[in-house]
Write a new protein. Structure first.
Length: 119
């Protein structure tokens, strides 16, 4: 098991390097690398959109800290991380502490929220 874990980790590192260039992933986001590689079709520019639900922990300009549930399509466990709003207009009617569902896409090392609604 240990051996395959390291093989998988090496593969993930390679994929992250390819997808993300040399920029380091943020600390909050490092948990994702452990779970599984991001599918190739989610590479920047592909426009693939993923859906998740979570609670807004913090709003800071166009950065949203969300404790989100699992995202099976990306093999993400539930965790708290920062997303970037495509437009701050998306925040209309929501505030910190609200439960939301949202759609996002990968762009470089960032995850951009393209749609959200209060639950
Ligand atoms: Cu996350």
């Amino acid at each position: 098991m240990k051996k395959s874990f390291f093989a998988q980790a090496a593969l993930i590192f390679a994929l992250v390097s390819i997808l993300g260039g040399t920029a380091a992933l943020s600390m909050e986001h490092s948990g994702h690398g452990r779970a599984a590689a991001v599918p190739e079709q989610s590479a920047p520019g592909s426009g693939q959109v993923f859906s998740a639900a979570g609670i807004i922990e913090k709003i800071s300009g166009n950065a949203l800290t969300i404790s989100h549930g699992a995202v099976p399509a990306l093999n993400w466990p539930s965790m708290t991380m920062v997303f970037v709003l495509e437009s701050e207009d998306l925040l209309e009617g929501v505030k910190e502490g609200d439960k939301i569902s949202f759609d996002f896409r990968a762009q470089g090392n960032s995850f951009i929220i393209v749609n959200l609604e209060a639950l």
